[in-house]
Design a protein around this ligand. Structure first.
Ligand code: NDP
Length: 518
C-alpha cells in the first residue's frame, strides 16, 4: 500500500487566524495547556487527562465490506490526524468507486438473502446487542472519538457515545413493531441505503443513520468523513462482535467522490446525507430522476432569542452551550444571539464574564470546555469569516486566554454591533463564534430569527409560557428549544427547512424515512 504525503503542517493556530481575531492571545507556554486560564485565576484547574491507552487504535485500517476487513482496490491509504496535536493517528484505506461497487453488491445480497427475510424480532436482537456492546466499550469509543475529532472528552463521554448507544436501543424497540409505525399499510424496507456522514459528530451521525435503517430492514453502505473515520471503523468491529450477518453494514472510507458513487449507484434505493449545503445540493442533483428516497441534513444559522424577562444566568448558560458545545461545529449551533435591547448591555456583560471562564485546550482533559477545531481547512474557514466580520464593521471580543502551541485551536469569539447583512450573521461559521444582534419587540425578534436561508433550529428564553408558544409557532425552524438548547433524544425528530435540508432523523419520523409503505 502506498501512503499519501501527510499535509503540510500548519503554522500555529494563533498565527493562522484572521487578522485581528486572535491578537489578544498571550504568548503560548507549554505544548499542552490544559486550561486556557491563567494559573492565578480562581477558575484554573489542575490537568485531568483521560488515558489515551483506552483507545486501541491500530496503525492501519482497511474497508469493512461483507463482514470482513478488505484492502481498497487502489491499494492506497490516507492518514488521519489528531487535531489537538497534529500527530498522525492511523492510516486508513482510500476507497474509490470500485470499492463502493463491492460494498453495494454485498449490501444488496445481504438484503435480499438475509436481512429482509429475517424475523423482525431477530433483527431487533442484533440492534440491542450492538447497543450493549457500544455501552460496554464506551470509554474506548469516547477516547477514540476525541483523539480523532478534537471534541472534548467530556462531550464524547457524556453526549456522543451514550446517545449513539441509545439510538440503537430505541430503534431496536421499533424493529418488530413496524406495522404500528405506518398504521393500515404494509411496511417495507427500501433495500440498500447509502449514507454519507460528516466529521462533527462521527459516531452519533453513524448511529442516527444506521440504527433506523437496520430496524426498518434495510442494509447499509456508509461513508464516514475523511478526517474522522476511526469510530466508524471501531463500529465495524462491533458489528463483527455482535455477529451481524455479513453485508448488512458496510463501512468504506474514501474521498467525497466515493460518497457520490454510493449515492448514484442504481442499486441504492435510499440516500441519507449530513454535511454542507453545497454537497447536499450536488447529491440531490446527482440522483435526480432516479426515483430514490433522499434525506438531507445540512447547515444552520440558528437564532437563540433572549427576551427581557428571561432568567438571565440560565439564558447565559444556554447561549454558551448553544455556541461553544463541540467548538461550535454543530449544524444546529445557536450562532446568532438575538437579545432584547432593554437587557442587551447587562446580558452581554454577563456573557463575556462567563466566556472568560471557558477552558480551551487539550480535548483529552476532563475539564476542557472547548477542544480542537477538526481540521486545518475548518480553521481557515473560521478565520476567513471572522476576518469578514471585522472588515464589515462588527466589534470583535475574545477572552484573554492561552491557546496550546500545537494543534488547531480557536478562541471563543463574540461579535457585537452585528448587522443582519454581515456574512457572520448569514453564513454558517461552524466554529466558536457568536454574532449578537438586538431587537425591541416580539415581532422584530421573529422577523430577524427567520431572516436566514437556513431553518434548522432556534432557542427561546423567556419566563412566559404563552410567549414560548406564540414565538415557536412562527419560527421557521425544524427544532425549537425553549429555556434550553442542544437537547437531543432518540425519540425526538430532528431536521430542517429551507437550505437546512429535508426529511427527519430520530423518532418515528426518522423511521419513516427508512420505510416504504404500500
Ligand atoms: P462536506 O459537506 O464536504 O462533508 C460532509 C461529508 O460529505 C463527508 O463525508 C465528505 O467526505 C462527503 N462529501 C464531500 N464531497 C462529496 C460529494 N461530492 N459527494 C458526496 N459526498 C461528499 O463538509 P466539509 O467537511 O467540507 O465542511 C464544510 C462546511 O460544511 C462546514 O464549514 C460547515 O459549515 C458545513 N458542515 C455542516 C455539517 C452539518 O452537520 N450539517 C457537517 C459538516 C460540515 P470527505 O470528508 O471525504 O470530503
Amino acid at each position: 500500500m502506498s501512503s499519501e504525503q501527510p499535509p503540510k503542517r500548519p503554522e500555529r493556530a494563533v498565527k493562522r487566524a484572521a487578522p485581528g481575531a486572535l491578537t489578544a492571545a498571550a504568548a503560548p507556554t507549554a505544548p499542552h495547556v490544559a486550561s486556557a486560564l491563567a494559573a492565578s485565576s480562581p477558575w484554573a484547574y489542575s490537568p485531568a487527562p483521560e488515558s489515551k491507552e483506552l483507545a486501541l487504535i491500530r496503525p492501519r485500517y482497511g474497508l469493512f465490506i461483507d463482514g470482513q476487513e478488505r484492502a481498497p482496490a487502489s491499494g492506497e491509504v490516507v492518514v488521519t490526524y489528531n487535531p489537538a496535536t497534529e500527530e498522525p493517528l492511523a492510516e486508513v484505506a482510500k476507497g474509490g468507486a470500485e470499492d463502493a461497487d463491492r460494498a453495494i453488491t454485498a449490501a444488496d445480497r445481504a438484503h435480499r438473502k438475509v436481512w429482509s427475510k429475517m424475523e423482525p424480532r431477530e433483527r431487533a436482537k442484533y440492534l440491542y446487542r450492538i447497543s450493549r456492546i457500544m455501552q460496554e466499550r464506551s470509554r474506548e469509543f469516547a477516547v477514540t472519538e476525541t483523539l480523532d475529532s478534537g471534541k472534548p472528552i467530556r462531550e464524547s463521554r457524556d453526549v456522543d457515545v451514550p446517545l449513539a448507544a441509545a439510538h440503537f436501543w430505541y430503534y431496536a424497540g421499533w424493529a418488530d413493531k413496524l406495522q404500528y409505525a405506518v398504521p393500515g399499510r404494509r411496511p417495507e424496507s427500501h433495500g440498500v441505503v447509502g449514507q454519507v456522514i460528516p466529521w462533527n459528530f462521527p459516531l452519533l451521525m453513524l448511529a442516527w443513520k444506521i440504527a433506523p435503517a437496520l430496524a426498518a430492514g434495510n442494509t447499509v453502505v456508509l461513508k464516514p468523513a475523511s478526517t474522522t473515520p476511526l469510530t466508524a471503523l471501531l463500529f465495524a468491529e462491533v458489528c463483527q462482535q455482535a455477529d451481524l450477518p455479513p453485508g448488512v453494514v458496510n463501512i468504506i472510507t474514501g474521498p467525497g467522490e466515493m460518497g457520490m458513487a454510493i449515492a448514484t449507484d442504481p442499486r441504492v434505493a435510499k440516500v441519507a446525507f449530513t454535511g454542507s449545503t453545497s454537497v447536499g445540493i450536488k447529491i440531490a442533483q446527482g440522483i435526480a430522476g432516479q426515483g430514490k428516497a433522499l434525506t438531507l441534513e445540512l447547515g444552520g444559522k440558528a437564532a437563540n432569542i433572549v427576551f427581557e424577562d428571561a432568567a438571565l444566568d440560565q439564558a447565559v448558560e444556554g447561549v454558551i452551550n448553544g455556541i461553544f458545545f463541540n467548538q461550535g461545529e454543530v449544524c444546529c449551533a445557536g450562532s446568532r444571539l438575538l437579545v432584547q435591547e432593554s437587557i442587551a448591555e447587562e446580558f452581554i456583560a454577563r456573557l463575556k464574564e462567563r466566556m472568560t471562564t471557558l477552558r480551551v485546550g487539550d480535548p483529552m482533559d476532563k475539564n476542557t470546555d472547548v477542544g480542537a477545531i477538526n481540521s486545518r481547512a475548518q480553521m481557515e474557514t473560521i478565520g476567513e469569516l471572522v476576518a469578514s466580520g471585522v472588515a464589515e464593521g462588527a466589534k470583535l471580543w475574545q477572552p484573554e486566554c492561552v491557546l496550546p502551541t500545537r494543534g488547531w485551536f480557536y478562541k471563543p469569539t463574540l461579535f457585537t454591533n452585528v448587522a443582519q447583512s454581515h456574512r457572520i450573521a448569514r453564513e454558517e461559521i461552524f466554529g466558536p463564534v457568536l454574532s449578537a444582534i438586538t431587537f425591541r419587540t416580539v415581532d422584530e425578534a421573529i422577523e430577524k430569527a427567520n431572516n436566514t436561508a437556513y431553518g434548522l433550529s432556534a432557542g427561546i428564553w423567556t419566563e412566559k409560557g404563552s410567549r414560548i408558544l406564540q414565538v415557536a409557532a412562527q419560527l421557521k425552524a425544524g427544532v425549537v428549544w425553549a429555556n434550553t438548547f442542544n437537547r437531543f433524544d432518540p425519540t425526538s425528530p430532528f431536521g430542517g427547512y429551507k437550505e437546512s435540508g429535508y426529511g427527519r432523523e430520530g423518532g418515528l419520523q426518522g423511521l419513516h424515512a427508512y420505510l416504504r409503505s404500500s
